[in-house]
Design a protein around this ligand. Structure first.
Ligand code: AMP
Ligand code: TRP
Length: 328
């Protein structure tokens, strides 16, 4: 039997090159070796306010980008988190075994809470819901960018605690980080992770950005005061552009860029990004021209994983001594 892979992306903004290099690209590469489930985690997105007029469109756009980036709906199940009630149900059961201190310690919670006027309790519960996503499908491997490593450790802690309190119920999931691109930084500030929620126009390269926009953003990216690339001493802005370029085109190596003036180096990186995104954008346009296709993919995905989700919820309730219909 194939090991099972699960991962997710929030439909909370436009997907960027960090999402692609840190997550989607690797999912597409490993999907045939595993039984793969990829989630559009809309219940995570609403832990901060989302405009209801826009959210549904973003959910569909995210699904289309999964496919455009190479995730084959015949190989992998693409599912919307909120379409399977087991995610919320299991999240509650796991909440009951999770000490408050574990959640208050999460660095992402602390960072996000600082940005909100009122901190919703959903933001605190966010990693428990993520643990539920993973444990619901008894996933063996979770491919993510390195910002999610702490949430994965917590997932294992929750699973272990549940298993020791109520008996072996959950498979222990392993974290899988990409070799290159686990942490892409913002173009405007290479000390900050590239993120969907950052507002600056020059911060992120969107997967659907036009070639001209990509060129402009990279041309304006923050570097340092050196005139040319010195592979022995690259500043954080140059390291970040190099990482993006190398992940998009393996022929971009330290040797090949050494001595390049920053202007030429940036042009070379932009070229590689544009060439990498072009087929994804073309496929995205094809997919979205057929309005019914995405909904069909999402329905098929849900139907495929529903029995497994229901089975885990039933087992979990039984282990806890809760009432399960049809069992005495
Ligand atoms: P999110 O944008 O938070 O929904 O993240 C979805 C996936 O993309 C997760 O696996 C993240 O770890 C990954 N990811 C997000 N931002 C970055 C980044 N700047 N660099 C690398 N991976 C990222
Ligand atoms: N929290 C993840 C992020 O923002 C998204 C996510 C939700 C996820 N559930 C998951 C990732 C389960 C992997 C597995 O990047």
């Amino acid at each position: 039997m194939k090991a099972r892979v699960l991962s997710g992306v929030q439909p909370s903004g436009s997907l960027h090159i960090g999402n692609y290099l840190g997550a989607l690209k690797n999912w597409a590469e490993i999907q045939t070796q595993y039984e793969s489930i990829f989630c559009i985690v809309d219940l995570h997105a609403v832990t901060v306010y989302q405009d209801p007029k826009e959210l549904l469109g973003k959910i569909r756009e995210t699904a289309a980008l999964f496919i455009a980036a190479g995730i084959d709906p015949k190989e992998s199940s693409i599912v919307v988190q909120s379409s399977i009630s087991g995610h919320s149900e299991l999240a509650w059961l796991l909440t009951c075994v999770t000490p408050l201190g574990w959640l208050q310690r999460m660095t992402q919670f602390k960072a996000k809470a600082e940005q909100q006027e009122t901190v919703g309790s959903g933001l605190l519960q966010y990693p428990v819901l993520m643990a539920a996503d993973i444990l619901l499908y008894q996933a063996n491997i979770v491919p993510v960018g390195d910002d999610q490593a702490q949430h994965l450790e917590l997932t294992r802690d929750i699973a272990q605690r549940f298993n020791s309190l109520y008996g072996e119920t959950f498979t222990m999931p392993a974290t899988r980080l990409p070799a290159v691109g686990a942490r892409i930084m913002g173009l405007d500030d290479p000390t900050q992770k590239m993120s969907k929620s950052a507002t600056g126009a020059g911060h992120a390269i969107g997967l659907l950005d036009e070639p001209k926009t990509i060129q402009k953003k990279i041309a304006r990216a923050t570097t340092d005061s050196e005139p040319a690339v010195n592979s022995e001493r690259m500043g954080p802005g140059i390291v970040n552009l190099f990482t993006i370029g190398h992940a998009c085109d393996a022929s971009i190596t330290k040797e090949s860029v050494t001595g390049m003036r920053y202007g030429d180096f940036k042009k070379r990186i932009a070229e590689a990004v544009i060439a990498r995104l072009e087929p994804i954008q073309k496929r995205f346009r094809e997919i979205t021209s057929d309005a019914a296709y995405i909904d069909q993919v999402l329905t098929t995905g849900r139907d495929r994983v529903l029995p497994l989700a229901a089975d885990t919820v039933r087992k979990t309730k039984q282990a806890m001594g809760l009432y399960v219909q049809g069992i005495g």
